[in-house]
Design a binder for this molecule. Structure first.
Ligand SMILES: Cc1ncc(COP(=O)(O)O)c(C=O)c1O
Ligand SMILES: Nc1c(O)cccc1C(=O)C[C@H](N)C(=O)O
Length: 396
C-alpha cells in the first residue's frame, strides 16, 4: 500500500490548491499517454477490429469490477456506461417493477436535483398514480412505511456533506418491504462502502469525482446478484440484449448485470477511467478515510479559528460527514470566485454554500493550512467585493 498523499500520481498545476475533487477529480498521470496510445494504436491502427483485439466490448464489465472493489460489490455485479442520471432512471424503474402494488418513491430534500427530476420524469411517463415523497434527511428512516416501493437516497449530500447510515437505512427500507437504491456519487472513492454487506438492491454513481475518470466519465450501476435475472430494463438497448450480434427483432435481456447496459460504451472516456482506477490498487480505504477525517477536521478547526464570518454547514461529527466540508456565507459566490482567482479552488452551491472537497490522494495538511490562510485573507480584506466576482452564470 502506498502512503497518502500520492501527489506524484497526479498532474497538479503549480500554485493551485485543489479542493474540488468532489466535483471533478484531478488528472492522474498516465492518462494522457494511454489515451494517445488508445487513439493511435487501437482506434487508428485496428479500426473496427478494436472491439475484439483491444477488448473494447468487454470494457464495461472489466472496469465495472474495478469500481465494484471500491464499493464492496462482488465480481460481475457492476457495469459501466451512460451518465449517472440515466443510471438513476434505470435503477428506479427496475425497482418500481419489483413492487407493483406500491406507488411511493421516497427520497430526501438533500438529494441531488437530477435524481429527483429523474423520478419526476419517470412518474409522468408511468402515469399510474406514483408519488415522489421528499422528506427531510433526518426523517428518512421514520418515513419508511408499507407505501414505499423504493427508497432512493444519496448517501453523501452534495451540498452539506451530510452522510446517511447506509446499513441502518437499508435495514429500515427492507423492514418496510421497500427496495433500496443508493446513489454513491459522493461516496465512491471518498468513504469505505460495503454495498453487498448492507444488502441494498441497487447502487449507482459517477466516476468523474473521487474516482478521477475525467469530465464526462461513464457512470456505474450495481444490482444485487440474486435479483438481476428478474430485472425488467426500461431502457432496453441492444447492448443489454443477451445476444446483441444476433440482431433479433425482440428484446431479450442478458442474464446478468450486462442487461443494464444500453448502447455503445464511451471507449475513449472509459480508457481514461481505467487508468485512473489503477491508482486504487495501492490505496487502503481505511487509511484513506482516516486521512479524509483528519483533513476535514483540521479545515473546520482552522476556518473556525480564522474566519469568523463563515458558518459551518456540514455535520461537525466526522462520522456523519463524507469527504467534503461546507460553510455558509451570504456572499459565498463572490468569495469563491475570489478564492479561485487566488488559486484555492472549491465551488459554490446556491443559495450560500461554499463547498470544499478533501481528496487525501492529493491533498495534505499543508494545503489545508495554506488554503485557510488565503480564505482568511479574502474575507478579512473583503477581496471578494469586486464587480467581476459577482458575475453569475459560470459553471461551478
Ligand atoms: C448525487 C448526484 N446524482 C446525480 C448527479 C448527476 O450526474 P450526471 O450529470 O453524471 O448525470 C450528480 C452530479 O452531477 C450527483 O452529485
Ligand atoms: N457533473 C458536473 C458537470 O458536468 C459540470 C459541473 C459540475 C458537475 C457536478 O458533478 C456537480 C456535482 N454533482 C455536485 O455535487 O454538485
Amino acid at each position: 500500500m502506498t502512503k497518502l498523499p500520492m501527489k506524484d500520481s497526479f498532474h497538479l498545476p503549480d500554485g493551485i490548491i485543489y479542493l474540488d475533487g468532489n466535483s471533478l477529480g484531478a488528472l492522474p498521470k498516465g492518462v494522457g499517454e494511454r489515451l494517445q496510445s488508445m487513439v493511435q494504436d487501437e482506434w487508428g491502427a485496428h479500426l473496427i477490429k478494436g472491439w475484439n483485439i483491444d477488448e473494447w466490448m468487454a470494457q464495461p464489465a472489466r472496469v465495472g469490477n474495478m469500481v465494484g472493489r471500491l464499493i464492496g460489490a462482488p465480481e460481475g455485479s457492476v457495469t459501466m456506461g451512460d451518465t449517472l442520471s440515466v443510471k438513476v432512471f434505470q435503477a428506479l424503474s427496475a425497482a418500481l417493477k419489483m413492487r407493483p402494488d406500491r406507488r411511493v418513491i421516497l427520497s430526501d430534500s438533500g438529494n441531488f436535483p437530477s435524481d429527483l427530476y429523474m423520478a419526476q420524469g419517470l412518474i409522468q411517463q408511468l402515469d399510474n398514480g406514483f408519488e415522489l415523497r421528499v422528506v427531510a434527511p433526518e426523517e428518512v428512516e421514520s418515513a419508511m412505511t408499507d407505501e414505499i416501493a423504493v427508497a432512493m437516497i444519496t448517501q453523501v449530500d452534495y451540498r452539506t456533506g451530510r452522510m446517511h447510515d447506509m446499513a441502518g437505512i437499508t435495514a429500515a427500507a427492507h423492514a418496510a418491504g421497500a427496495v433500496m437504491l443508493w446513489d454513491l456519487a459522493h461516496s465512491a472513492g471518498a468513504v469505505p462502502v460495503d454495498i453487498a454487506g448492507c444488502g441494498a438492491e441497487f447502487a449507482v454513481g459517477c466516476t468523474y469525482k473521487y474516482l478521477n475518470g475525467g469530465p464526462g466519465a461513464p457512470a456505474f450501476i450495481y444490482a444485487r446478484p440474486d435479483i438481476v435475472a428478474d430485472i425488467q430494463p426500461a431502457l432496453a438497448g441492444w447492448l443489454g440484449h443477451d445476444a446483441p450480434f444476433a440482431f433479433e427483432p425482440t428484446y431479450r435481456p442478458a442474464p446478468d448485470i450486462e442487461r443494464m447496459r444500453v448502447g455503445t460504451p464511451p471507449v475513449i472516456q472509459m480508457t481514461a477511467l481505467e487508468v485512473a482506477l489503477k491508482i486504487w490498487d495501492d490505496v487502503d480505504m481505511t487509511e484513506l478515510r482516516s486521512a479524509s477525517v483528519r483533513l476535514c477536521d483540521l479545515f473546520i478547526a482552522e476556518v473556525e479559528a480564522k474566519c469568523p464570518s463563515l458558518r459551518l454547514a456540514s455535520p461537525r461529527d466526522a462520522a456523519q460527514r463524507g469527504s467534503q466540508v461546507s460553510f455558509a456565507f451570504e456572499d459565498g459566490y463572490a468569495a469563491m470566485q475570489a478564492l479561485i482567482a487566488r488559486g484555492v479552488i472549491g465551488d459554490f452551491r446556491a443559495p450560500n454554500i461554499m463547498r470544499f472537497g478533501f481528496t487525501p490522494l492529493y491533498i495534505d495538511e499543508t494545503d489545508v493550512r495554506e488554503a485557510v490562510r488565503i480564505i482568511a485573507d479574502v474575507l478579512d480584506n473583503r477581496l471578494w467585493d469586486q464587480p467581476e466576482y459577482h458575475q453569475k452564470g459560470r459553471v461551478t
